[in-house]
Design a protein around this ligand. Sequence first.
Ligand code: MN
Ligand code: MN
Length: 322
Amino acid sequence: MIQRFDTIAVDLPVPKSANPAAAAAVQELMGGKFGEMSTLMNYTFQSFNFRGKKQYRPFYDLLCNIATEEYSHIEAVAAAINLLLTGATPRIDRNESPLPKTTNSKTTKARTKPPTVSGKADPAPLADALGATYPYHFLAGAQSAMPFDSMGNPWTGSYVTATGNLKLDLLHNFFLECGARAGKMRVYEMCDDPTARAMVGYLLVRGGVHIVAYAKALEKLTGANVGALLPIPDVSNKKFPEAMKHEANGVHRIMWHFSPEDYTELDQIWNGPHPEDGEELEFRRNEMPPMFPWPEAPDEPQLVSPGAIDPDMINYYAKKLG
Ligand code: MN
Ligand code: MN
């Protein structure tokens, strides 16, 4: 079972202006093959299907705890996308309804047809979205995050690998986290937007924790020195200022506890020195990570947005429905 908190895991700055192109790139971190939906669902299904918990309890506990953290990562990606899309259609005046204004109640009563857009209203209020790199944000969504990759391909369950072989699953997870890290670095390199980079910086650090966790798990299970492969790709998080900020606070060596009392045996794996900087790894038992409020999301005046609903139209339909 999952318990939910109405917060997000990273403090995201509000962008100075909308950046739909950056939002499009960030979609890859949501619904791409190596995106956060993939890490969430891979570990979730592996944990559902885990057999032999008696012998392998620490591995199961680690998997469950990381799977739960990944939910907070899809939230962070969604919040960043929504911030980047806010205000992307400035042709719409937030205070102006696109529907015709009526000056007296008689006009409302006399209507026999639903109100239509008058000649005065902007005939194409979403025209600014026409050249968007990612039209789905406007055509198939409400200028908000979608469970798709950066090309508009829907996330698919075929991205999930759960072989039932612990060594193979851990090896896959190690690879998946390294691939996810490459994706985050590419988004960072494409977008200099501070909101996108704040989110990516945090996820680089937390993804780094998961890479080390799966490396440690493979080391415990097999004796192989998997940590010697790191970092993959061959650039330290300390090169990214938005990630370095978190590493300076030790976020790269902390495993928080996403359960009030379960999954405690993960500390049999999450211990010893960090393979890159030698600092001691730490399991923060009974402690959730710092939490931040969801950024304010003003309504976008579209077809279903409260700000765009004309009282006359409401009255018209209310009457029709009796
Ligand atoms: Mn993640
Ligand atoms: Mn991860």
